[in-house]
Design a protein around this ligand. Structure first.
Ligand code: ADP
Ligand code: ZN
Length: 735
């Protein structure tokens, strides 16, 4: 008798053996949803593996098969197990991400509608009985003959007939009614104008040729497409997908944040029509269920969506495109903490699908992987229509401060230009390059930032204790009360956020209409779209926001972009701060001037000669990379080494810190000599929502050996009640 390993939607990192009864043999497969008895009740679970026998004596039988077609292709079960191992999370968290909640619950059914269709009698539209019908009724029958069965609601809303009329036709045997499955179409109300492949430029053609050769070979190659903004990357994706379809294979397209990239999705639908399924957070449960089912049943061939679209249940995958591969949003910040870009590479290898990573500012990880031969680099160094890249002015804020005698938020140049745009009824976007709650100590008069000498990253300023801490090496010291550089006594109080910028801007330009967009104001999913739509329609003069608005930045009437304080992003306590700033400024600069008016970009900074800024204004990615990599190498940071952070949180401070100590004690025997350990120490955000947080950071050495050994420890049930232990492998943020 064969055995199935089944997992449940519970937080147990375990699978359970059940026997397959004779009548289900051959039908129960990996990925099947089955009904079984579990402890004292019945439950649904997923089969993750089959095996000939069990080591347990009393194995219960599977009670029923809940779906005919397996809901998870078996290579996705493999992918989930890989994910659970690598990202150190419970298996069922990983399996859970494979299926949308609505599919997992098994409660959603297909939507049905009442269809009206002709009977045999209704099909023969002549004879005296037919001729005797009213003109209106004849019209309905003729319509149905031309159109085939139609939903009743459609006939009614088209004004073709009334419900009574249909009932009468039914009674007299002309038509019949039948319940049929219909699909909810999330795009029902959209008009789609089909488009055709563009004739490629020479650069594009040669890139496409290489991509298609990789697809023909079907070896799961990874290609990094580094193309400047508006170099025609998306057109290349589209034509690569066309080739994928010719090979009778399927394609997945990942985009960072779908609500901010509606234009991208639309381009795919214009090219490929309803072969495309778009999976985004705005879908209703029913729509999501239908889209997922369309993919699972092979009726759509292209899936587009944010990171979870990677798990589209295709069986014959040929191509995965990851657009803007450098984006941090590909990393999920709850369990499983996977990076969809990296998982795309894993899935591609396993299923022999070509993986195409695209960006104007590739992550150092991907570029590095090209250097060591893991990925292949293709480039589009020029814009399609040779529009000049806009000019960026760096404004030295220390100089502004010394000229006016005090720290300024707006330089004179920026104020002048904003006023000018208001007068001309053109629009302005102001960025505050500030990420999350990361804090550093910075003098707003001279730009001094307290930096750790060991790690060359900014100290985290712990306001409450008045301490500076480096959470990469553990160094700590009291925060100065006056600026060590210029003596300014305000140093501890200089932070400001988007809200403050908004009120200052409003005071400077009382007549301007201003909108603000940041994590505080964007509380619902729809908010982004709404504000961006209103901004596009010209309802605001100025849009203020954090980097989240950089992505939606494609507005022809925006002719001025200001980055208020580039340094805030430059000195966050994170070794990627330079990389992120480079990406942001490049992106901002590349977006402005898409319309016919060239536009200005103003970057205010205290460190105008910083490499990230200098390279960004010259659009010099290679220059930035060559300068940045050696320091990463020296300090054993990614991409040269992996980082894993273990987190410990509890409402009781002592429980969290003791668990961290205990963890390290038990972990020590498993660590390689090369692995550096930092901590345990309070997390940079020491307290979040009444939880105390501690962390231990590991870096260097063999990542697989490290996670294999520490996974069990983290997931074991030994930790006191109320203590949460989890790992963040390849973290995007260090706090
Ligand atoms: P990217 O994805 O690199 O930002 P896009 O693919 O969006 O670039 O291309 C930028 C613009 O150029 C788009 O409006 C696109 O339609 C147009 N475009 C792309 N390729 C071509 C081409 N070969 N001929 C003409 N226009 C093109
Ligand atoms: Zn340090």
């Amino acid at each position: 008798m064969a055995i199935a390993k089944v997992i449940f939607d519970l937080s147990l990192d375990k699978d359970f053996d059940y026997s397959i009864p004779p009548h289900l043999e051959g039908k129960v497969r990996v990925g099947s949803r089955v009904r079984v008895s579990f402890r004292t009740s019945e439950r649904s679970g997923f089969v993750v593996a089959l095996k000939p026998r069990s080591e347990f004596a009393d194995v219960k039988p599977i009670l029923a098969l809940e779906s005919e077609r397996e809901q998870i292709p078996d290579h996705l079960v493999w992918l989930a197990e890989w994910m659970a191992d690598y990202y150190c999370c419970p298996k069922e968290h990983a399996v859970r991400t494979l299926l949308p909640a609505v599919v997992r619950s098994g409660e959603m059914k297909h939507k049905q509608a009442l269809f009206v269709m002709l009977t045999m009698k209704g099909n023969v539209q002549d004879g005296t009985e037919f001729e005797a019908l009213t003109a209106k009724r004849k019209e309905v029958l003729k319509y149905l003959r031309d159109s085939g069965p139609r939903p009743l609601t459609e006939l009614l809303s088209a004004g073709l007939c009334t419900a009574q009329m249909v009932s009468k036709l039914c009674e007299d045997g002309w038509v019949e009614k039948e319940l049929r499955v219909v699909e909810r179409d999330p795009f029902m109300d959209d008009m789609i104008v089909p488009d055709r492949p563009k004739e490629l430029t020479q650069e594009q053609s040669s890139v496409l040729k290489s991509i298609n050769e990789a697809q023909d070979a079907g070896a799961g190659d990874v290609i990094l497409l580094h193309g400047v903004t508006a170099s025609g990357k998306t057109e290349v994706y589209l034509q690569a997908i066309a080739h994928c379809l010719e090979l009778k294979k399927e394609a997945i397209v990942l985009v960072p944040e779908i609500s901010l990239t509606p234009q991208t999705c639309e381009r795919f639908r214009r090219r490929f029509g309803n072969l495309v399924s778009v999976l985004h957070s705005g879908l209703s449960d029913g729509e999501r269920f239908d889209e997922w089912t369309r993919i699972n049943e092979g009726r759509s061939r292209i899936a587009i969506g944010a990171r979870s679209a990677l798990f589209a249940p295709f069986r014959n995958l040929g191509l995965i495109v990851v657009d803007e591969e450098h984006e941090g949003s590909y990393k999920q910040d709850e369990s499983p903490r996977y990076n969809a870009r990296d998982m795309a590479v894993v899935r591609g290898k396993h299923e022999h699908a070509t993986v195409l990573l695209g960006s104007a500012t590739p992550s150092l990880e991907s570029y590095y992987n090209c250097g060591i031969g893991k990925y292949r680099l293709l480039q589009l160094p020029n814009r399609v229509e040779v529009r000049p890249l806009p000019e960026v002015e760096l404004i030295d804020m220390a100089q502004e401060a010394s000229m006016t005698g005090k720290a300024q938020i707006f330089s004179r140049r920026l104020k002048e230009l904003i006023q000018d745009r208001i007068n001309q009824q053109q629009q302005t976007i102001l960025f505050l390059n500030r990420r999350g709650f990361a804090t550093q100590l910075m003098c707003s008069k001279c730009g001094y930032v307290a930096m750790c000498e060991n790690c060359s990253i900014a100290y985290t300023y712990h306001k409450k204790e008045g301490m500076l801490k480096c959470h990469l090496c553990g160094e700590e010291k009291p925060a100065p009360t006056t600026c060590p550089n210029c003596g300014d006594p305000e140093i501890r109080f200089s932070g400001f956020g988007t809200e403050k910028i908004e009120s200052i801007t409003q005071a400077l330009f009382p007549k301007a209409h201003i909108a603000r967009m940041d994590a505080d104001t964007m509380t619902t999913k729809d908010c982004y779209r709404r504000i961006l739509d209103q901004f596009r329609a010209g309802r605001f003069d100025i849009l203020i926001g954090t980097q989240m608005i950089a992505k939606g930045l494609d507005f022809p009437n925006v002719t001025l972009v200001g980055v208020i304080q580039a340094d805030i992003g430059l000195h966050v306590p994170d070794f990627r701060s330079g990389e992120r700033t480079f990406q942001l400024i490049t992106q901002v600069a590349g977006r402005a001037g898409r319309g016919d008016i060239p536009g200005n970009v103003i970057v205010q900074t205290y460190t105008p000669y910083h490499n990230a800024l200098q390279c960004a204004i010259k659009h010099d990615y290679k220059g930035f990379y060559d300068e940045e990599l050696p320091s990463r190498q020296l300090l054993d940071f990614p991409p040269c080494a992996h980082i894993v952070i273990f987190h410990f949180k509890s409402k009781e401070e002592s429980l969290a810190s003791e668990s961290a100590e205990q963890f390290l004690k038990e972990a020590k025997p498993f660590l390689e000599e090369k692995t550096q350990v930092i901590g345990p120490m309070p997390a940079p955000l020491a307290r979040v929502q009444t939880f105390y947080r501690f962390q231990i950071l590991f870096r260097g050495g063999n990542i697989w050996r490290l996670v294999r050994n520490l996974r069990q420890l983290a997931l074991s049930p030994r930790w006191p009640k109320g203590v949460y232990v989890f790992a963040d492998v390849d973290p995007r943020n260090l706090c």
